[in-house]
Design a protein around this ligand. Structure first.
Ligand code: TYC
Length: 130
């Protein structure tokens, strides 16, 4: 099958088909005669992904320095930002490490909990829809 050469058209304006085998007749509006159709622009619908907050929970046993390290390592925080988040969690009980799409958030939660377990710390991490 031969490819159809693209034409330069203005959406909404009548276009006259040329030659045999024309196929523009089916979207005729008032005033469009034979061989004249109206280009209808196809709506391309895009959806923004849902975003999820990753939360760190306080506990009495995980060392502060370990929490700072987790925030640097898995959440790409600077030492200063990591320390601020860690202290917020220490004082308030819970804090946001970052906001991500579902699969990224899930990965970070798993990485954090696994890493804490391997170091025998009870640090807990969870996620919630924004
Ligand atoms: N509360 C812990 C301590 O006093 C420190 C800590 C901070 C633990 C944040 C967990 O998510 C956490 N050693």
């Amino acid at each position: 099958m031969g490819a159809i050469a693209p034409r330069c058209v203005t959406p909404g304006l009548p276009i006259r088909a040329s030659g045999p085998g024309r196929d523009d007749d089916d979207a005729r509006g008032p005033g469009n005669g034979p061989g004249v159709g109206t280009i209808v622009k196809t709506q391309v619908k895009t959806k923004k992904p849902s975003m999820y907050r990753v939360l760190l929970l306080n506990d009495d046993y995980t060392p502060m320095e370990f929490v700072v390290h987790v925030l640097e390592r898995f959440f790409n925080k600077s030492r200063e930002a990591a320390t601020e988040i860690m202290l917020h969690v220490h004082h308030r009980g819970v804090g946001v490490c970052g906001v991500y799409t579902y699969e990224v958030a899930e990965t970070k939660v798993t990485q954090t909990i696994d890493f804490a377990r391997r170091h025998q710390h009870p640090l807990q991490c969870t996620m919630e829809k924004e």
